[in-house]
Design a protein around this ligand. Structure first.
Ligand code: HEC
Length: 289
C-alpha cells in the first residue's frame, strides 16, 4: 500500500468505527439503536446574521449586548478562557471601560496560609476566568456533563452560529421521565444562579438540536434575564441572538478587518488588470492585425 492508500483506508476505518460508536452511544443511552437516525440533531434553521458572507460585518451593539448575556448567564457554567479582557476592546470599548468591566470579575490569585484558593479583581490583561476549579467540580455541578469552553464554539460546533442559536431557543417540553424538572430547574438557573442545587434526570433536557435530542444544559435564557444598557428589550430570543453574535465575534474577532482587506485587494487587482489591458493595447497599437 502506498502512503495515501494507508491514510485513506485508516480514515475509512475511523469513519466506520466512529459511526458504530455513535450508534452504540445513542442506542445505549436512549433506547434501541434503531432510534439513532431520528435522534441525530435537527437541522438548525438558517439565520440572517449580519456577519455572514464575504461582505458581512459584526453589529458591535449586538456583540456588546451578547457580552452582557454571557457575563450574566453563561459565565456561571462556561469558560471563555481563550479571551483576555483587553481583547474585548474590539467590541468598541475604551480602555477605561475595559478596566471597569474586568473589575467585576474575580480571578484566582494563589493560595492562602491554609491552602485555600485566594481571589482578586481581574485586570485587563487577565484571561476570562473558568467557572469551576476543575473538571470534577464542573461535572458534579452539571449532572455529569462538563460545560464546554465557549471561546471557539461557533467555529467548532457543527452547524455553527445557526445551531447555537437554535439550541438556546429550541428547548422542547420535558419528556415523561423528567417531566416538570426541565422548567423548574430552568427557572432556578436563570440570571446566573449557580447550578449546584439542580437535581436532574439522567436524560437531561429535551432539545432537538442536541446530540440524542438531550442536553445536560438546563434552558439558560428567559425574558428579562439581563438588562441591556442600550434599552433593547431583553426577550429570550433577543438574548440568544445577541449572545450568539458575541460568541461568533469572540471566535473570530478580526473577521471584519480581514474582509475589508479582502475587498480592498480584490478592487486593487481589478484596477491593476484594467491598467494592464490598457497598457498592453498601447504597447502593441502599432502592430497591424
Ligand atoms: C447551569 C449551567 C449552564 C449555563 C448557565 C449555561 N450552560 Fe451551556 N452547557 C451546560 C452544560 C452542562 C453543557 C454540556 C451539555 C451536554 O454535554 O449535554 C452545555 C453545553 C453548551 C453548548 C454545547 C452544546 C452541545 O451540544 O455540546 C453550548 C453551545 C452552550 N452550552 C451554550 C451556552 C450559552 C450561550 C449559555 C448562556 C446563554 C449557556 N450555555 C449557559 C451548562 C450551562
Amino acid at each position: 500500500m502506498t502512503r495515501t492508500q494507508v491514510l485513506s483506508s485508516s480514515i475509512a476505518q475511523a469513519r466506520k468505527w466512529g459511526g458504530v460508536a455513535l450508534l452504540l452511544g445513542v442506542g445505549l443511552g436512549h433506547g434501541p439503536a434503531g432510534w439513532a437516525q431520528s435522534l441525530a440533531p435537527a437541522q438548525a434553521p438558517v439565520q440572517n446574521w449580519s456577519f455572514k458572507g464575504p461582505l458581512g460585518h459584526f453589529d458591535l451593539a449586538a456583540v456588546q449586548r451578547g457580552y452582557a448575556v454571557f457575563a450574566g448567564v453563561c459565565a456561571s457554567c462556561h469558560g471563555l478562557t481563550q479571551v483576555h479582557f483587553s481583547d474585548l476592546a474590539g467590541m468598541g470599548l475604551t480602555s477605561e471601560q475595559i478596566a471597569a468591566l474586568a473589575e467585576a470579575w474575580q480571578v484566582p490569585n494563589g493560595l492562602d496560609a491554609e491552602g485555600r484558593l485566594k481571589h482578586r479583581k481581574a485586570q485587563p490583561d487577565d484571561a476570562l476566568p473558568e467557572p469551576y476549579p476543575n473538571a470534577q467540580a464542573a461535572r458534579a455541578a452539571n449532572r455529569g456533563a462538563v460545560p464546554p469552553d465557549l471561546s471557539r464554539i461557533t467555529q467548532v460546533y457543527p452547524g455553527g452560529p445557526d445551531r447555537v442559536f437554535a439550541l438556546l431557543t429550541g428547548y422542547g417540553a420535558p419528556t415523561s421521565h423528567q417531566s416538570g424538572q426541565g422548567s423548574a430547574a430552568g427557572e432556578g438557573l436563570v440570571g446566573g444562579a449557580h447550578p449546584a442545587g439542580v437535581a436532574g434526570g439522567e436524560g437531561g433536557f429535551a432539545n432537538p438540536y442536541a446530540i440524542g435530542h438531550r442536553t445536560a444544559m438546563p434552558p439558560p435564557l428567559r425574558d428579562g434575564a439581563v438588562v441591556f444598557a442600550d434599552g433593547t428589550q431583553a426577550t429570550a430570543e433577543q438574548e440568544a441572538r445577541d449572545v450568539t453574535a458575541f460568541l461568533a465575534w469572540v471566535s473570530n474577532p478580526h473577521a471584519d478587518s480581514k474582509r475589508r482587506l479582502g475587498v480592498g485587494v480584490a478592487l486593487y487587482l481589478c484596477f491593476l488588470a484594467t491598467l494592464l489591458v490598457i497598457l498592453k493595447r498601447r504597447i502593441w497599437s502599432h502592430v497591424r492585425k
